[in-house]
Design a protein around this ligand. Structure first.
Ligand SMILES: Cc1cc2nc3c(=O)[nH]c(=O)nc-3n(C[C@H](O)[C@H](O)[C@H](O)COP(=O)(O)OP(=O)(O)OC[C@H]3O[C@@H](n4cnc5c(N)ncnc54)[C@H](O)[C@@H]3O)c2cc1C
Length: 398
């Protein structure tokens, strides 16, 4: 009997984990199923580009996973039972239950409206492809001089505001940030950001705590109204409620608590990666929701599963940060170099070179999904008779 690995979610981290497992384990011994709701890979880091009308390269999974041995199941995950080791899915043929021996949970995240009144009704989001497409359609209908307000001064908000202002110089674009613009960046990064925002004509509302969204404005805690024919909400991501409804140990918001090998601290047959996982990084700080840490986490999970199944050495690669790459439209950017635990250092790359660098990073991230061992030679190992966790069907070594 084959060992059944099911990977839920084929975003950056799930797709990498599935592909890497397929490169590490012998096909006769393991069946790897990747469950995803959509048939093609979504480059989430480019959703602001999609929203302003740019067309992204199609990346069908049928091509990306051709010949890898990974079986793609196009279905929506509706639940996970970690005690019975089953996953409930639904597709065009109806509901079904899939059984696993090892589960990799990588369902990512969506936007986080944070319960602010009016967001669900009026605000747009760019955390998902449907959201970005909806905003694209709405922006297309705006006339010159109309207002777009981006709420959230984090990485996504900065990128969204700059992209919209560059693509639509006829619109009146504003950004509402809780603190000072780019206040976590180095003086060089911050200075450049402000220069680009000025050049793009973006109005910045600092120390603006947005407490309501209406059809034509957002309102702040100090009772200011900022005009907004369109509001784009980018105040962080929220994980899907599926993990929270299981017996897994999760955090308050629903991230699965994992150890250094990305294995659930409560259920050893379950691994979690990417935005769905709560893992500690350098400086005892939880890893932030990002490809920057999600990608090495996916490598770590795949290598740990392979090691445990084959009796190999567990990976012990510390996950650290190197940089924050911020696109400011297609012609400008800031690459902020950071400490291992993600704090800005003095050095930053700015200008057109930074825009080119960021573009290479995005292309590299998509390439890394299709090449999960980064082109390094691999050997598919046989699954060992005994494995670290109990109760699973394991192929006996010949
Ligand atoms: C506009 C934008 C810009 C960003 N820029 C950067 C950046 O520059 N650098 C960086 O490091 N990070 C960036 N991020 C964050 C980064 O995109 C996420 O952290 C990353 O995508 C998380 O990867 P993931 O695999 O956990 O989830 P995702 O990439 O979101 O993948 C989750 C997958 O699960 C699928 N799925 C979800 N629910 C279900 C279900 N119920 N059934 C079946 N399938 C399901 C989805 O369709 C998707 O394929 C950006 C995010 C956004 C929105």
């Amino acid at each position: 009997m084959q060992h059944r690995v099911i990977v839920l979610g084929a975003g950056y981290t799930g797709a990498i984990a599935a592909g890497r497992l397929a490169k590490r384990l012998h096909r006769e011994d393991v069946a790897i199923t990747l469950v995803n709701a959509e048939p093609d890979f979504v480059e989430r880091v480019r959703m602001h580009q999609l929203a302003v009308g740019q067309d992204l390269k199609p990346r069908p999974f049928s091509e990306m996973f051709a010949g890898t041995g990974v079986e793609l199941k196009l279905a929506e995950v509706t639940g996970v039972d970690v005690d019975r080791r089953t996953v409930a899915v639904i597709d065009g043929n109806g509901a079904e239950e899939l059984e696993y021996d090892t589960l990799v949970y990588a369902l990512g995240s969506g936007w986080n409206a944070q319960g602010v009144p009016g967001t669900a009704k009026y605000a747009h989001e760019i955390a998902s492809r449907p959201g970005a497409l909806r905003l694209r359609e709405r922006l297309g209908r705006l006339e010159a001089g109309q207002t777009v307000t981006v709420v959230g001064g984090g990485l996504t908000g900065l990128e969204a505001a700059a992209e919209i202002a560059e693509a639509r110089p006829d619109l009146d674009v504003a950004l509402a940030a809780r603190g000072d613009l780019g206040d976590w960046l180095s003086p060089k990064g911050r200075g450049h950001l402000r220069k680009v925002f000025d050049k793009l004509g973006i109005t910045v509302h600092e120390h603006a705590d947005v407490t309501g969204v209406e059809a034509d404005r957002v309102t702040t805690a100090d009772r200011k109204a900022i005009p907004a024919a369109v509001t784009v909400w980018t105040t962080g991501f929220a994980v899907h409620p599926i993990a929270k409804a299981t017996a897994l140990e999760v955090t308050g918001p629903g991230q699965i608590v994992v150890d250094g090998t990305m294995r659930s601290v409560s259920h050893p047959d379950v691994y979690a990666v990417g935005d769905a996982a709560y893992a500690m990084g350098p400086g005892d700080k939880p890893l932030r929701m990002s490809c920057a840490s999600g990608t090495p986490a996916a490598w770590q999970a795949a290598d740990a599963i392979a090691a445990r199944l084959t009796g190999g050495k567990l990976p012990n690669m510390p996950i650290r940060y190197f940089q924050q790459c911020i696109s400011l439209g297609r012609r400008e950017g800031v690459i902020q170099y950071v400490t291992a635990d993600d704090r800005a250092v003095r050095a930053a790359l700015t200008g057109q070179l930074a825009a080119v660098y960021k573009e290479l990073i995005c292309k590299g991230a998509a390439w890394g999904v299709a090449n999960p061992t980064l082109g390094m030679p691999t050997r598919r190992r046989r699954v060992a008779r005994e494995r670290a966790t109990a109760g699973s069907a394991v192929k006996t070594l010949a």
